[in-house]
Design a protein around this ligand. Structure first.
Ligand code: ATP
Ligand code: MG
Length: 394
């Protein structure tokens, strides 16, 4: 049965720890939540009340839908659909009985436990006494219930605050993190694979605004391959807000490398050119860092030696938030954020167009620089830069 509510408590753990910056983080979080609610929940009023955000609606709404929407805001630790009462034992008791009666009807629960938090220290009763009295009233008025302090089917939380008491029985976890826009801007190198959308998500979760750059090898790569990347970017906008997606044709660079450099260095050389172009775009778009989905040991270009030589192509900070994760962890996140199904659609990537049979796993910078000197790097970069097209997604 659909659960409905009019009041929602929104907790924001880490944001609250930010000392002097706290008002700024709170404002960024509230702005973000308001934006997310604007279209589908226009009547929602959001207020900050002693370290907690409270969203109130004009009438009962589908809790699951509302919580899914609010949880897209980074910084949200958890959300609870709640009812609210005056700070008065009789009122709290009456509301608790009504609340539990509804839970019994909806979920046929039999056992419960009352947990009380009293942040209003002026309230005459202490938490254990409040729990005892409300628990007793529930037992008397709702005969089917029994108390189980160890493994209750329903944990009834009562939070007694300064001028309201809230009653709820679940805390639905959000993504945590920090509100978008509180930690600079990064340029993610977005392929059509599983990893790079997750990498973008991980950095956005730390408050970073995201722009994206995709390399294609048109006409070797298809229009559909680009559409797939576009769709991934669109999925990311649900969490990150609008994303500018830049795309660059890498074909001339790839051809120059394939024709003039050792075959086993192809991948590492292409990756260095990608980084150089990305740095150019990042500088032009005022992004402070590059983000990739690289992961230690996953493929030949992701050994520590290869990553070192890749990094040496640029001076800008390169963030690789997935570096220490297992593939299964990355897939879990991809599923949770809804990019996995798109990522596994079978479309060619520019890197697979000229894949060498035996890529070098331990490239040395001197060798790579020597190979690079065989092609007109600056000219090629300049020409590729001019193919850049930009689309605003979301
Ligand atoms: P992914 O799943 O993100 O494609 P991967 O495990 O397939 O990663 P690689 O193909 O070696 O690994 O790419 C490593 C990283 O380089 C990617 O995560 C991405 O950040 C970047 N990258 C690779 N190909 C492209 C591309 N065509 N356009 C933009 N960035 C790319
Ligand atoms: Mg890939």
């Amino acid at each position: 049965m659909t659960q409905t509510a009019k009041t929602f408590l929104i907790r924001y753990g880490e944001v609250a720890l930010k000392g002097q910056n706290k008002p700024y983080f709170e404002k960024m979080l509230m702005d973000r939540i308001r934006k997310l609610l604007k279209d589908d929940f226009p009547g929602a009023a959001l207020t900050r009340e002693d370290g907690l955000l409270v969203a109130r609606l004009e009438s009962e709404i589908d809790s699951e839908k509302f919580i899914a929407r609010v949880s897209r805001a980074f910084g949200v630790e958890s959300v609870s659909p709640a009812i609210e009462t005056a700070v008065d034992m009789d009122e709290i008791g009456r509301a608790a009985v009504a609340y539990m009666r509804e839970q019994i009807q909806k979920r046929s629960i039999k056992s419960f436990k009352v947990e009380v938090k009293r942040s209003n220290k002026a309230f005459p009763l202490q938490s254990p006494e409040i729990a005892r009295q409300i628990g007793a009233r529930l037992l008397i008025e709702l005969k089917v219930l029994r108390v189980d302090v160890h493994d209750p089917e329903c944990r009834l939380f009562i939070h007694v605050r300064r001028d309201r008491a809230f009653i709820y029985d679940e805390k639905i976890k959000g993504f945590g993190g920090l509100p978008i826009g509180t930690n600079g801007k990064g340029l993610v190198l977005l392929s059509g694979g599983i990893d790079s959308p997750v990498a973008a998500f991980q950095m956005a979760k730390r408050g970073m605004r995201i722009e994206a750059l995709h390399f294609h090898s048109y006409p070797y790569t298809s229009r559909q391959a680009y559409e797939k990347v576009r769709e991934l970017a669109e999925q990311l906008t649900l969490f990150c807000g609008p994303i500018r997606l830049h795309s660059i044709n890498l074909l001339s660079i790839q051809e120059a490398i394939v024709q003039n450099c050792p075959e086993d260095e192809t991948i590492i050389l292409i990756r260095r050119f990608m980084m150089k172009l990305a740095e150019r775009i990042a500088q032009a778009k005022k992004c402070q860092t590059l983000i990739t989905g690289e992961n230690l040991g996953q493929v030949a270009s992701q050994t520590i030696e290869a990553l070192t030589v890749t990094d040496q192509a640029v001076s800008m900070l390169v963030l690789r938030p997935l570096i220490g994760l297992d593939k299964s962890d990355i897939i879990d996140i991809a599923n949770r954020i809804g990019t996995f199904e798109t990522s596994i659609l079978p479309h060619e990537d520019c890197c697979t167009v000229f894949l060498p049979k035996h890529p070098k796993t331990k490239p040395r910078l001197e060798d790579i620089l020597r190979s690079e000197s065989r092609i007109p790097a600056e000219e090629l970069i300049e020409a590729a830069f001019l193919t850049c097209e930009t689309e605003l997604i979301g």
